[in-house]
Design a protein around this ligand. Sequence first.
Ligand code: HXC
Length: 258
Amino acid sequence: ATYETLLVERREGGVTLITLNRPQALNALNNQVLGELVAAAQAFDADPSQGCAVLTGSEKAFAAGADIKEMQPQSFGDMYGDNYFAGWEMFTRTRKPVIAAVAGFALGGGCELAMMCDFILAADTAKFGQPEIKLGVAPGMGGSQRLTRAVGKAKAMEMCLTGRFMDAAEAERAGLVSRVIPAAELVDEAIKVATQIAGMAPLAVKANKEMVNAAFETMLGQGVQFERRLFHGLFGTEDQKEGMTAFVEKRQGTWKGK
Ligand code: HXC
């Protein structure tokens, strides 16, 4: 498929690189971007040759937010009636990992989209923020919830109430991003990490993603139970036999995804 607001490339080793490409609007997320990104994520998920995706933007902006020009004339009835942006939930249903590689601005919906990915690798130029309050509104793509879970109440509340941006170093200290990388190396490093993940046993990758995500939806005991059941389930796979046998025989495992 070809897209107008995205570039999608399949790299060697089962890595899909998705680049947001609306430079004239700093990758602002409108309904077209939403539709195309959900379609690209579903195509990636459905393609057995692909194991991990990287979602990135430009050097200047991962995404500067939801599209303010698209939202500006909308009424409550329009937004509520259309359930505006509910479609982003479909993006979060991607079962294979998606890494956000963030350089420059990740603001409002841009920060929220990065947080919908499985983890964030940040360039040293990255700036995160939820400045919706300055527009007279509030986050609408999960920011008040995911940012609070990621960095705790104090920082999330301050950021939402003042619109202040967090730079990459602060984002790493606060646990919003897994690592900070020099901007010039960001995408290569993200592809390297994605290639590593794409080389793991596919069912184990899905199980690991699913169980870490369960930590956000369950109480501890329930989450541990969920983990244990999925862990038991992996002993029904050929890749578990292969992985453990390969270790015992001191060789590299080869995966079937079965
Ligand atoms: C639409 C946007 C945009 C946005 C930038 N642009 N952000 N268009 N929606 N979110 C457009 C500008 O209008 C401009 O187009 C072009 O991109 C370049 O932007 P500039 O402002 O000229 O660039 P610069 O001066 O470098 O400033 C960069 C910036 C600033 C600090 C990131 O653009 C900015 O503050 N953007 C808005 C950030 C924001 O408030 N995001 C939250 C959005 S609300 P023209 O045609 O004028 O040249 C949100 C809600 C989520 O995300 C909930 C959804 C339901």
